[in-house]
Design a protein around this ligand. Structure first.
Ligand code: NAD
Length: 360
């Protein structure tokens, strides 16, 4: 049975969703909408979608069971509330919302309305991170004692045509890229108990050097460097740096350090490997991927949510985990501002592991 999906927000990221949701056996994009109707019409024509319409019309369509919210972060909460109020399940691009209070209200409303909330990223369901999950579940690296995660670059004003939003509320390296890193760690280690951090704005203004806004100055409003510590409930202590302030480094993306060895985890913004195991004798072994979905499979989380809508059970890229990740990300900045650890109030379960490919 195919669940009918309505996409709201037909910008940069929508193509991969239009493409992949055609491939899954249980999903069908039945309509799309955008503030700029012509954008929705263009995508409907390109992907042979039956209906391009306004947001209001899409939300009123009784056939549509899931709203896929691909609007900009500032509009995530507004669209998600409207979807849930209309009795539909909603799957947001990341972050779930900008404000934590909105995320909590959204989950409460969804519970009342008996609909589901999901959220990107779903990269943790990909072949690379699921292979890591399997190795960890099998105890190959022993008990995790620590982890590191690094997302470090010099920002986006040199190439992005409209980079201002990266430096305004809802942007910054933590809210923009943190969802991939924190979600990957939570999917492997479970929920976070407390965090602390030093966050800063190193460059109060940025000058755009990309076109068409070359020379325009941006006033930076959010921390562009956050060096944080996460104490996971299961005991591991993770160090994370997200930065738009530094030039290239050779640091790994994510590593998990266990009592028996080290696992080098792939870039959590991809679905692929490589996965590397490092043993105490310093030998590095590249591990073959045991799971499906090594290609860009954005939308896998939506398909999993469609499965849960039909057969019950929990979907993996769920609102509780996204809300927990959002709380953690905000807590880094709050910890720095207050000069202390912040205890994380929300809780989530480690999402269920996927089954390996046959013969693995
Ligand atoms: N671009 C990427 O590579 C990328 C990658 C991963 C995740 N994301 C996430 O995907 C989301 C969208 O990013 P994007 O790059 O496609 O942005 P975008 O600006 O290219 O597209 C967003 C679209 O949403 C529409 N929109 C905005 N507010 C709306 C509203 N209230 N109602 C209806 N339509 C509205 C805009 O008109 C626009 O067409 C963001 O949450 C972003 O964090 C983007």
């Amino acid at each position: 049975m195919k669940i009918k999906i309505g996409i709201i927000g037909c910008g940069n990221i929508c193509d991969i969703y239009f493409q992949n949701l055609k491939k899954f056996a249980n999903t069908e994009v039945a309509a799309c909408a955008d503030l700029v109707l012509e954008r929705a019409q263009a995508k409907a024509a390109q992907y042979k979608i039956a209906k391009a319409c306004t947001v209001k019309e899409l939300l009123a369509d009784p056939e549509i069971k899931i709203i896929l919210n691909l609007t900009i972060p500032k509009a995530h909460a507004e669209i998600a509330f409207k979807a849930v109020a209309a009795g539909k399940s909603v799957y947001n691009e990341k972050p779930l919302t900008i404000d934590l209070a909105d995320a909590k209200k959204l989950l409460a409303l969804a519970k009342k309305k008996k609909v589901l909330v999901g959220c990107a990223p779903d990269t943790f369901m990909g072949a690379g991170l699921q292979t890591c999950r399997r190795l960890m579940d099998k105890g190959i690296i022993g008990k995790p004692v620590a982890a590191t995660a690094f997302m470090m670059c010099h920002g986006h004003e040199s190439w992005h045509p409209a980079p201002e939003f990266y430096y305004k509320r809802g942007g910054g390296p933590m809210l923009d890229m943190g969802p991939y890193y924190v979600t990957a760690l939570v999917s492997l280690l479970g929920p976070v108990a407390r965090v602390t951090s030093s966050s800063q704005i190193m460059f109060p203004t940025r000058t755009i050097t990309s076109k068409p806004q070359y020379g325009k100055k941006i006033r930076v409003e959010v921390p562009t460097h956050a060096a944080g510590i996460m104490d996971f409930k299961q005991g591991a202590v993770a160090t994370i740096i997200t930065s738009f302030d530094v030039w290239p480094t050779q640091l790994p993306r994510i590593e998990i350090y266990g009592t028996k060895g080290t696992l080098r985890v792939p870039d959590p913004n991809t679905f692929d490997g490589p996965v590397t195991l490092i043993t105490p004798d310093r030998k590095e072994k590249k591990i073959g991927l045991t799971h499906a979905y090594a290609a860009n499979s954005r939308g896998l989380g939506v398909s999993d949510m469609a499965r849960a809508l039909v057969s019950g059970g929990k979907h993996r890229a769920n609102g509780e985990m996204a809300c927990h990740v959002l709380e953690v990300m905000h807590a880094f900045h709050a910890a720095s501002a207050k000069g202390r650890h912040i205890r994380i109030q929300s809780i989530c379960e480690k999402p269920a592991a996927l089954t390996p490919r046959k013969g693995r």
